[in-house]
Design a protein around this ligand. Structure first.
Ligand SMILES: *[C@@H]1O[C@H](CO)[C@@H](O)[C@H](O)[C@H]1NC(C)=O
Ligand SMILES: *[C@@H]1O[C@H](CO)[C@@H](O)[C@H](O)[C@H]1NC(C)=O
Length: 522
């Protein structure tokens, strides 16, 4: 039997097996995955060799243009100032990052995200290969790179970008699915994903166009490939579901279509689809959205859509947690925040839901920082707040995301902090900032926006405590408005924030990739 026939046999067998037993279906998917892996390995080697050649040529050219010797050039390349928010480059990782973007030549906002993501990836992982899966066959690499620079002012390194051409794009066009379009397109994206994987199985797979099903499919076929999705708009949202029952006609094109037998069918279908989408979402390792750090909320919204309470992520009730994310170093002044928190809980707070303080940060090994955090723990005990204070050192990414998603206040205690990307992260995640009245947080970040405040400033213990109490005393609408303004204002930091956020997410994916495939060089 030819391998193609075997593949089609597998495609047909999976749904049948899924009905019989999910376990068997999973087994078949894995088998299918390893066939795809084996089938595309020659092409993979060819791509790597080709990129290596182009890279050599490009280096040579740059070296010539700068008139440096080989060794000198190497030095320049490797010590060039850390390009992404101070994170040092990782020259060791040489994997292939697959970007699933079937319409990559469209030149819209979605493409901007794709190219900005690739540029950030290239700078951080200069030896990685960025493979773009696209359905645009007519494009030429050099032309695209020039166009991206001209149109978006994004400079790509041509030599480490490669295009993988898909031939089944018609399956995701809405016109191919006149009925049950959402579901049809999602199934169509599976065909497209299969098309992609049979050409090349990447080391990390990222969808940048919203084909969540393709990402989950990748995870099921290749458990060793970390996956991510960049969500511009969720395919189905709680708003859409809610609009079915709307009687005012003000909730978009589906407003009030939930009546009658047809409406009932639509309702069942959408709810079924929302569940499926939530299930799919849980198979993706990292989900990002426009304001990168809010991705958690999107996903939770999706998963919670089963409960069908339409609410925005900002409105979701948060826990009474004050969050301080900063390295455990003296200048971050954790001690000031501990004392302020103690004053707040012992003298000011009348909240029935007792507040908690969570301090998350890294501790540099073999430095005085290790003693420092020990002293902070003792101080918390002396202040009588140790039961309500949690110190988390070297937290994994997921823990930070979790707290950004559920805390109420993001605090910062450092005097004259230069900028503090952490403050922007907090703002973008919908936390109410209470920051030191100095430096970047005061001058640039927590400043009025759209005619309203986005947070509070403080300097002394007492002022911090009062700010905590103010936030606790705000009513639901006021706090929602403030969170919404804060999140909107965080977009001012656009490009840089995007890049840093992207690198953070990618770091997580690379870490996963290394963890799952130890010892493998790429
Ligand atoms: C998300 O990005 C899309 C396109 O990139 C843009 O049109 C949309 O307004 C953005 N949404 C938010 C909430 O920023
Ligand atoms: C911490 O803040 C307090 C109060 O503003 C200040 O007196 C102290 O010098 C600060 N400590 C550090 C290390 O910055």
């Amino acid at each position: 039997m030819s391998s193609k026939k075997l593949l089609f046999g597998l495609i047909a067998a999976v749904p049948v097996a899924a009905l019989l037993t999910p376990f068997l279906a999973l087994l078949l998917l894995r088998l299918w995955g390893s066939l795809l892996h084996a089938g595309s390995s020659d092409r993979r080697h060819a791509i790597c060799a080709h990129v290596e050649e182009e890279r050599k040529a490009a280096r040579e050219q740059r070296r010539k243009s700068q008139d440096l010797g080989d060794d000198d050039w190497e030095k320049v390349e490797n010590t060039a100032s850390a390009p992404n928010g101070g994170v040092p480059k990782d020259t060791e990782w040489e994997g292939i990052v697959g970007f699933f973007h079937p319409f990559c030549n469209a030149g819209g906002g979605g493409e901007r995200v794709l190219w900005a993501a690739i540029a950030a990836t290239q700078r951080q992982w200069p030896n990685a290969i960025c493979a773009v899966y696209t359905g645009d066959h007519e494009i030429d690499k050099s032309a695209i790179v020039a166009k991206v620079e001209e149109r978006f002012d994004i400079v790509l390194r041509e030599e480490t970008v490669t295009f993988i051409y898909l031939t089944t794009r018609q399956f995701v066009l809405p016109s191919s699915w006149p009925y049950f379009t959402l579901l049809g397109q999602s199934l169509g994206s599976l065909v497209l994903a299969w098309d992609a994987f049979h050409l090349l199985v990447p080391d990390i797979f990222i969808d940048t166009m919203g084909y969540a099903f393709a990402v989950a499919f990748c995870k099921l076929l290749f458990p060793s490939v970390p996956t991510a999705a960049y969500v511009h708009y969720p395919t189905i949202s709680t708003d859409m579901l809610a609009s079915l029952d709307d009687q005012t006609g003000t909730r978009g094109i589906h407003s009030g279509l939930g009546g009658g037998r047809r409406g009932q069918v639509k309702r069942y279908y959408w709810h079924f689809f929302a569940r499926l989408y939530g299930w799919v979402g849980r198979h993706i390792d990292v989900v990002m959205c426009n304001s990168t750090w809010t991705y958690n909320h999107i996903m939770e919204d999706l998963i919670h859509s089963i409960a069908l309470t339409p609410q925005t992520s900002a409105a979701r009730s948060r826990d009474n947690i004050i969050l301080y994310i900063a390295q455990f170093r003296p200048e971050k002044n954790h001690s000031l925040i501990l004392r302020a928190f103690s004053r707040y809980v012992h003298h000011l707070s009348h909240n029935s839901d007792p507040a908690r303080l969570v301090m998350i940060g890294s501790v540099r090994a073999n430095t005085p920082d290790e003693k420092h955090i020990y002293a902070l723990r003792i101080e918390a005990r002396e202040l009588g707040i140790n039961e309500r204070t949690t110190f988390i050192t070297d937290a994994p990414f997921s823990t930070i995301q979790e707290f950004l998603g559920k805390a109420s206040i993001g605090v910062n205690g450092m005097y004259a902090e230069h900028f503090g990307i952490g403050n922007v992260e907090g703002l973008a995640a919908g936390l109410i900032p209470v920051v030191h009245r100095s430096g970047g947080p005061y001058l640039d970040i927590v400043v009025p926006f759209q005619g309203g405040e986005v947070g509070f400033h403080a300097e002394t213990e007492q002022e911090y405590a009062e700010a905590f109490e103010k936030v606790a005393g705000m009513d639901g609408d006021a706090i929602l408005a403030m969170r919404t303004r804060g999140r909107a204002s965080s977009r001012r930091f656009g490009e840089g924030v995007f890049r840093d956020g992207w690198v953070k997410n990618m770091q997580e994916l690379v870490r996963l990739q290394r963890k799952i495939n130890p010892g493998k060089k790429s």
